[in-house]
Design a protein around this ligand. Structure first.
Ligand SMILES: NC(=O)c1ccc[n+]([C@@H]2O[C@H](COP(=O)([O-])OP(=O)(O)OC[C@H]3O[C@@H](n4cnc5c(N)ncnc54)[C@H](O)[C@@H]3O)[C@@H](O)[C@H]2O)c1
Length: 248
């Protein structure tokens, strides 16, 4: 029987993740989506036999360990980890003058520590994959890590993912696991897209600057992730920026 890649995607109820899940399912992978949110009974992928959804809080080691045990029982291994869950939190959005100690800790835990937790806990499952040498870990960072967007702790955590990636490369190389990061630009919410179109791109002026009318969309990030994991099989230790020229 033909083997199938098993892809774990955290933050699996989120906007970028939904487009990413579709991309991997459309390409014949088994997708294990996990999120803090309960399973949505209206989840459009639930009828797909290659799709699984588990509730998992990536900031909680017990919750990730439980996820690992469930995956291990059913599949014994995974082929790709896309560590995507993340967000800017509370007072961090107001800037460095106003961020509270509590929100600093929460932000670092979600946007940095959780990626390290899940890597160390799921690593044995990646090692158990012996039928292919195309195995990957990809961290979802942000262009917030690269430019001034006044969300300081989120930016600090997102930039630390580049360091995490670099710091693992020698060990992961020995295990044949390619590690990369991806940094999406701003993805407009539906009402923001409408406003951007209505003002013929003028809306962009009120956002971090862009030289184009368009911003990146969820499907762009999904395509780029699929490229990193399944097309550019010699890409190692890179950060891929997908921002429709926002930083140009
Ligand atoms: N949307 C953008 O403009 C943008 C830009 C750059 C980077 N990013 C990054 O892309 C990733 C996905 O963003 P999105 O736009 O799809 O956001 P989203 O809010 O739609 O999705 C994030 C998901 O993460 C989940 N989550 C939050 N805390 C969690 C936890 N503790 N455990 C498990 N799941 C948790 C949420 O429930 C949510 O479903 C995030 O890491 C975000 O920082 C987004």
């Amino acid at each position: 029987m033909e083997r199938t890649d098993i892809v774990v995607i955290t933050g699996g109820a989120g906007n970028i993740a939904r487009a990413t899940i579709k991309k991997y399912l459309d390409n014949g992978c088994i997708v294990i989506a996990t999120d803090l949110k309960e399973k949505n009974e209206k989840d459009e992928f639930l009828n797909n036999p290659n799709y699984e959804y588990y509730k998992c809080d990536v900031t909680d080691v017990k919750s990730i360990t439980n996820l690992k045990e469930q995956i291990e029982k059913k599949y014994g291994k995974i082929t790709h980890l896309i560590s995507m869950a993340g967000d800017a939190i509370g007072t961090d959005i107001k800037g460095i003058e106003y961020v509270t100690i509590e929100d600093i800790d929460k932000t670092i835990k979600l946007n940095l520590s959780s990626h390290i937790y899940i890597t160390t806990i799921l690593l044995p499952l990646l090692k158990n994959e012996t039928e292919t040498d195309n195995k990957t870990i990809t961290y979802v960072s942000s262009i917030n890590a690269l430019r001034a967007y006044d969300v300081p702790v989120y930016s600090a955590a997102k930039s630390a993912l580049y360091g995490l990636c670099n710091g693992m490369l020698i060990d992961m190389g020995k295990l044949n696991i390619r590690v990369n990061t991806i940094s999406p630009g701003t993805i407009l919410k539906p009402h923001e897209v409408a406003e951007n179109e209505r003002t013929n791109g003028e809306y962009a002026k009120g956002r971090p600057k862009t030289k184009h009318k368009d911003f990146a969309i969820n499907e762009d990030i999904a395509d780029a992730l699929y490229s990193i994991t399944h097309v550019m099989k010699r890409m190692v230790g890179q950060n891929v920026v997908i921002d429709a020229g926002q930083m140009a």
